[in-house]
Design a protein around this ligand. Sequence first.
Ligand SMILES: *[C@@H]1O[C@H](CO)[C@@H](O)[C@H](O)[C@H]1NC(C)=O
Ligand SMILES: *[C@@H]1O[C@H](CO)[C@@H](O)[C@H](O)[C@H]1NC(C)=O
Ligand SMILES: *[C@@H]1O[C@H](CO)[C@@H](O)[C@H](O)[C@H]1NC(C)=O
Length: 430
Amino acid sequence: MGRAAATTTATANAKNKNKKLVFGFIVGGFLGFALFADLLWASNSSAAAAAYRSISLPRSPSLTFSFPPPTDTIKDTEIGKKQKNGEKRVLSATFADLPGPNLTWEKMSPAPVPRLDGAAIQINNLLYVFAGYGTIDYVHSHVDVYNFTDNSWGGRFDMPKEMAHSHLGMVTDGRYIYVVTGQYGPQCRGPTARTFVLDTETKQWSDLPPLPVPRYAPATQLWRGRLHVMGGSKENRHTPGLEHWSIAVKDGKALEQAWLTEIPIPRGGPHRACVVVDDRLYVIGGQEGDFMAKPGSPIFKCSRRNEVVYGDVYLLDDDMKWKVLPPMPKPDSHIEFAWQIVNNSIIIVGGTTEKHPETKKMTLVGEVFQFQLDTLKWSVVGKLPYRVKTTLVGFWNGWLYFTSGQRDKGPDDPAPRKVIGEMWRTKLHL
Ligand SMILES: *[C@@H]1O[C@H](CO)[C@@H](O)[C@H](O)[C@H]1NC(C)=O
Ligand SMILES: *[C@@H]1O[C@H](CO)[C@@H](O)[C@H](O)[C@H]1NC(C)=O
Ligand SMILES: *[C@@H]1O[C@H](CO)[C@@H](O)[C@H](O)[C@H]1NC(C)=O
């Protein structure tokens, strides 16, 4: 399929005419939240339930700690006033926001479609943006491409019919894009283990051996000649998986028939950033638990379940042992394609943090974080134009870009609302 050169007029002020796409299930889910009672958790063995809740890590013989285990790091930076009658502290809805410098954001041409829980891979000056929900009842089956050189969208092409539409694991070697497992279809449908490779030069797709079992949003990276896939949610979309597999790959082909079992990840669950820099593999943030299909629902209607968000950082290095690094400034999830490596640091854009302790509403993240890889220090390097989760992030010529995801209801309400296709950029000065 040819690349249409001028399909989009890239005026910086182009108005985003996306329809209001309200994920009613999320809003509706809040109503039932107090009642969610977590039947699933209750039905788990108490040992398994304890493992989810415990901050301590599984007792793996080869697990080492170079830092104290992470703890919850939310800071009450904006604590509401005391109630009239004095005693009880009231947390404002925006209590989880962290201070940071204001950045100047420029609104670029919006993506052809809004998307949530899609995927993105940057290769040189192109950002390939895959799949995703358009609404909770509709998923995309195509790729859009953003050209950082002329700041325009174009070059749409189709995905294989059997490829997952959200919660994908995805990584590139600079030409081939490896696409692993994910959710197949809208709402909270089941996952597929099918795995594909896209040759971005020829736009040809091919198959890889399917993952041994399907996962939702597993951490995925190429490391030392192998495609690594770990964590994510298990087949019910909620239960965290600890399993870790790898397969040798080269130039878009598997060099082995089957996936090899590797050392399990200390904490399972979906929506984490997984980054290789300097021959080291980092796994950052994420959550345990996720929405699940309502039992018996013919449309696999999503219903909210308990989620715990983490700011944990794990490192896999030469010893093939997990090490624990300093956690993020606050727990952060839905960041699997929300990162870039800039000047020996990892930049992370937006996400979701722990639910509000009183209202139990889902809380989005409005900060840009930096993790300096020499000092292992985290900082907030700027504020976003709004809080937003599941951003798809690129970096080109000193500009940090983000597009897509789901934004907040407004400055005073960090709960999720509209699914967006907007594209923004800011000049980064680290
Ligand atoms: C950043 O921008 C916000 C909104 O415009 C404003 O309220 C705040 O004072 C600004 N902060 C700084 C440090 O300039
Ligand atoms: C990206 O834009 C530049 C400048 O217009 C153009 O030369 C280049 O061919 C474009 N790349 C693709 C893959 O379309
Ligand atoms: C990265 O470092 C180089 C060299 O110090 C500097 O010129 C550049 O501005 C830095 N990039 C960012 C985004 O800060």
